[in-house]
Design a protein around this ligand. Structure first.
Ligand code: AMP
Length: 285
């Protein structure tokens, strides 16, 4: 495994044998099993695997947690070594955004709602860094988690609109044994907040049961999720959504596919989670 920090070094590795397929997993580091599930999928589908570790300042607003975002580069590198990753790219902030930097990527409608409504500059930062990383690495396939459902929709739109020559692979959410979606930010929860944070998954599961029992009024589902969250004193709700998974627009009536998602603060730690429900899916034939 080679760890590099310059664009030139990435390109030397990437093009050392142009016939090789490359899988790419962009991350902000502080890796957990969620990230590693993406790495393993990439490993199984490509000749070579590249992982980037970069806490991208452009996707954090001034009031957000850039300064306290957890980091442990040595641990990340040894985890990636165990997964037989070929290339780890750890760009320098100044090299990514040198003085005079002035180009951004804006994806329009799908960034205005949900995370984008609460974090108006977030997806411009995400789309810009992902576009830069795609151009630097030029992967055959790129791997993202369903954990960040809206991010997956935004990146898919960007790949189509800007004709990136790669295949996107979206991987399922990896959870702790008790159901909490893995996140680098979970480490910042106190013991009480960690227990309280289970309410995210509980409210999503309750929504799923209600929908599977035949409820089709999205408002009734939103109300159930909101009521369950309201019962947890440590939870401060940012949003609760029942939306079309492709357009991310809130829906009135549920049919076929629906994305239930939420964002909740515990103290100053903001967690997100979601559940994609596909009513047309009948299970294995
Ligand atoms: P991050 O380091 O938070 O930017 O995440 C890097 C990638 O890992 C993104 O595509 C995330 O969606 C994905 N990811 C983060 N947490 C999980 C999880 N619990 N399960 C699956 N994928 C995840």
């Amino acid at each position: 495994m080679i760890v590099v920090d310059t664009v030139n070094d990435v390109r030397m590795q990437r093009w050392s044998d142009p016939g090789m397929s490359w899988g790419f997993v962009p991350t902000m580091g502080y890796l957990h099993e969620g990230h590693l599930s993406l790495v393993r999928r990439a490993r199984s589908e490509n000749d070579r695997v590249a992982v980037s570790i970069f806490v991208n300042p452009m996707q954090f607003a001034p009031n957000e947690d850039l300064a306290t975002y957890p980091q442990d580069l040595n641990r990340d590198i040894s985890l990636l070594e165990q997964e037989t990753v070929d290339l780890v790219y750890v760009p320098d902030r100044k090299a990514m955004y040198p003085p005079g930097y002035q180009t951004t990527v804006t994806v329009e409608q799908v960034t205005k709602v949900l995370e984008g409504a609460s974090r108006p500059t977030h997806f411009q930062g995400v789309a810009t860094i992902v576009a830069k990383l795609f151009n630097i690495i030029q992967p055959t396939r790129a791997y993202f988690g369903q954990k960040d459902a809206q991010q997956a929709v935004v990146i898919r739109r960007m790949v189509r609109d800007l004709n990136f020559n790669l295949k996107l692979v979206i991987c399922p959410i990896v959870r702790e044994p008790d159901g909490l979606a893995m996140s680098s930010r979970n480490i910042r929860l106190t013991a009480d907040q960690r227990k309280a944070a289970l309410v995210l998954h509980h409210s999503l599961l309750a929504a799923q049961v209600l929908i599977q029992q035949g409820e089709r009024r999205a408002n009734t589902v939103r109300r159930l999720m909101t009521d369950i969250l309201a019962d947890e004193p440590l939870a401060r709700v940012d949003y609760v959504s029942v939306a079309n998974p492709l357009t991310l627009e809130e829906i009135d009536t549920i049919d076929n596919q629906v994305l239930c998602s939420l964002a909740v603060f515990f103290g100053n730690v903001r967690l997100i989670d979601n559940l994609l429900i596909d009513l047309s899916y009948q299970g294995e034939p």
